[in-house]
Design a protein around this ligand. Sequence first.
Ligand SMILES: Nc1ncnc2c1ncn2[C@@H]1O[C@H](COP(=O)(O)OP(=O)(O)OP(=O)(O)O)[C@@H](O)[C@H]1O
Ligand SMILES: [Mg+2]
Length: 318
Amino acid sequence: MPSNNDEYKQAYLRERAARIQAEQLIEDKSRVLYALNEELVKKVADFEHQQQLFIQAEKMATLGTLSAGIAHEINNPLAYAMSNLECLQSTRLTVDKLLLLNERFTSGKLSAAQLKDTLLQLQKAQSFTAMSNEIQELVEDSREGLRRINTIVRNLLNFARPKDNEKQLANMTDAVKNAIKLLSNQLSNCEVNCHYQALPMAWCNLAAINQVMVNLLINAKHACDELSDTQAKITVTVAFTEQQICITVSDNGCGMSEHVKAHIFDPFFTTKPVGTGTGMGMTLVYAMVHDHQGTIEIDSQQGRGTQIHCFFPILRHE
Ligand SMILES: Nc1ncnc2c1ncn2[C@@H]1O[C@H](COP(=O)(O)OP(=O)(O)OP(=O)(O)O)[C@@H](O)[C@H]1O
Ligand SMILES: [Mg+2]
């Protein structure tokens, strides 16, 4: 018969073996969990990297879409600034003659009577008053054209500058206005109405908000393509309610079916003809709004139009 001691020993050994086995199991599981976690961290990092690459690629694609319109916008003022300079060049001939007369008269090579005579002849060929007015007009027009080019370039830099990829305390309305200015040419065949409510400063990436707006506005414009110039209406509203900034882009265009609404944020989802849309615009809008901890709501009715609301909480700092 086994003694009590032996039974205790057996029980102790069994309990110890079970404990070692359990510990081993926990250790194995922990090792597996640790490896899985490592893999997950790596996958998340990979995913974030891919997302950055994608955002950059999409930004370049948006720039591509914009550049045709921008080239056109720059081309007009540039063309008239250049033609004004050519006109100025031709009036320079008369100015040169006047300078020469002045030089000859002051150095005594020309009498007062001769000077008067020559001046009258020149006046006959070209009225000095008209010439002076023309020069003023040409210079003013050219300055206006160059100012316009300067604004376009500044808007474009605001859109593309890498430093703007950082968040800062800013007024989101600036980005909204910038996008509308940037697209003024493309949106010229729609009636665009804007309503801006005063916004508090918020921690945001102005370049990203700008890009969100560019994508929403281009989509709204495309949705109105079938409408006539007098019918197409796009409304942009910037409001501050219940501690949230709400930016809404509405259009009275074609609207969306339930299927389009369900897939609008899917990468590469587009209803546009091959080679027209990349289907990445709204995916990017989603990523950027979420990067600001915001949300998007879509109201759309086929044949009636669409309202896209982006809600942003007020972030005070990173
Ligand atoms: N305001 C709108 N009205 C109607 N349909 C819209 C609107 N905005 C987006 N859509 C639909 O959602 C689809 C996806 O939009 P998204 O901006 O992602 O891609 P896209 O405009 O087709 O191409 P791109 O990448 O050039 O922007 C569009 O093809 C269109 O069918
Ligand atoms: Mg789009």
